[in-house]
Design a binder for this molecule. Structure first.
Ligand code: PLP
Length: 427
């Protein structure tokens, strides 16, 4: 098919995520990709500055991952994961245990970030239920949170235009203001009240960086105080590391930057290097102990058809090997240093405020671009501007951020920085 035929069939048949069915943009047919670059059917090269929804940590079409999938597909492509197991899953569980906190004891497989959250919520609720404490039903979440698009994950996320049609179906939660230097004392006092409540079951958070909420950042010290207080009251702490995992914030997990360990960690996105979808919900021995029973009623009765798929596990194991390499670690540092130099340049630009940097994520707010929502004019202007210049940036309202694959070259980074500085100069 040529580019026009693909675009036409796409328009006729395909319902894309987060996109009105009538919209002025055509979805761009991508033919292939390599490293940080996408190649379109029309011959355009686009630098993927956001790792395609934050998943392609090792860049696109990575050979090591592709070969691992190929080999596994010829040996065992899939098998039911209840009553059966296989080496790729066991190997992945062992790999994950080497990077998760020492007190972690179990790995639960699902399909994506949202399902990893659903599983975490079910684990937390049932942890209390199994111990005859079913009055513990309250979840605390941060203002501005995004934990996914399934009903449980929507319930613990910010109520917004994205979820408005479903408000009647979402369960109530307690919301804590997003912590800042200015409000932290008040936030901590409010958290103190909330966690004293006998009904409080769990606290869920995106550690250090709220992704879809606008790449908002808070400090390890604040997170440490919140987690320590919650755990001192027995409240289960669920770290949503779906975006922050795999080195994004400079350490393997963002929670590696605090002393306390969350009770449950949700992992997805970068886990397979972006090759195949996978969600992991990992928990410590405390959570596991409430499920240690031979009664079916005390088991976590949750599963998906593709749970623990061997090809996906093989992809994750291959991605893990790359992540463990000195080269990958050096790339994460290189990107951070490069972002630091970019930040120095941004600091003198009038139209920029709230510049923030953590690990490989750099973000800033645009001043004076009107409305700041997802559907804002700023976004409608910025997205096509950069695409026309061969750069994929998806602003969150008036927030421009970069979250590149770790294999991005210095030259590609400099091209992106230069385009942003030119945009700021010309607009
Ligand atoms: C922090 C966080 N949690 C959960 C999710 C949901 O993941 P998925 O889109 O794979 O369902 C996302 C997706 O962006 C996320 O950023």
């Amino acid at each position: 098919m040529n580019s026009a035929e693909i675009a036409k069939a796409d328009k006729d048949l395909i319902w894309h995520p987060f996109t009105p069915l009538i919209n002025p943009f055509e979805h761009i047919p991508v033919k292939s990709a390599k490293g940080a670059k996408l190649f379109t059917h029309d011959g355009q090269t686009i630098i993927d500055a956001v790792s395609s929804w934050w998943v392609n940590i090792h860049g696109h079409a990575n050979e090591h991952i592709a070969n691992a999938i190929h080999k596994q597909a010829l040996e065992l492509e899939h098998v039911i994961f209840a009553g059966f197991t296989h080496e790729p899953a066991v190997k992945l569980a062992k790999n994950l245990m080497t990077i998760l906190p020492d007190n972690y004891s179990k790995i639960f497989f699902s399909d994506n970030g949202s399902t990893s959250i659903e599983v975490a919520l079910k684990m937390a609720f049932q942890y209390w239920y199994n111990q005859d404490q079913s009055h513990k039903t309250k979840i605390i979440a941060l203002d501005g949170a995004y934990h996914g698009d399934t009903f449980g994950s929507m319930s613990v996320s910010e109520r917004s235009g994205f979820t408005r049609p479903f408000f009647p179906f979402l369960f109530d939660i307690e919301t804590l203001d997003f912590p800042t230097e200015e409000n932290f004392e008040k936030v901590l006092a409010h958290f103190d009240e909330l966690t004293k409540d006998e009904a409080c079951a769990a606290f869920i958070f995106e550690p250090l960086v709220q992704g879809a909420g606008g790449m908002r950042m808070y400090t390890p010290d604040m997170l440490q105080q919140l987690v320590a207080l919650a755990q001192s009251r027995g409240v289960i702490c669920i770290a949503d590391e779906v975006m922050t995992g795999w080195g994004r914030t400079g350490t393997t997990f963002a929670c590696d930057q605090i002393e306390a360990n969350p009770d449950i960690t949700c992992i997805s996105k970068g886990i397979t290097g972006g090759a195949l979808p996978l969600g992991i919900t990992a928990c410590n021995g405390k959570i596991e102990s409430a499920f240690q029973s031979d009664e079916l009623s005390k088991a976590l009765l949750h599963g998906h058809s593709y749970t623990g798929n061997p090809m996906i596990c093989a992809a994750a194991n291959a991605s893990f090997e790359i992540f463990a390499s000195a080269e990958c670690k050096a790339n994460i540092q290189r990107i951070n240093l490069s972002h630091q130099r970019f930040v120095e340049k941004l600091e003198s630009v009038d139209k920029v405020e709230n510049i923030r940097l953590r690990g490989t994520i750099v973000a800033f707010d645009l001043k004076g671009f009107g409305e700041t929502g997802y559907d804002s004019d700023a976004r409608k202007k910025i997205y096509p501007y950069f695409l026309e210049r061969g750069i994929l940036i998806r602003p969150l309202g008036n927030v421009i951020y970069l979250l590149p694959p770790y294999v991005i070259t210095d030259e590609e980074l400099n091209q992106i920085y230069a385009a942003i500085l030119k945009f700021l100069k010309d607009n």
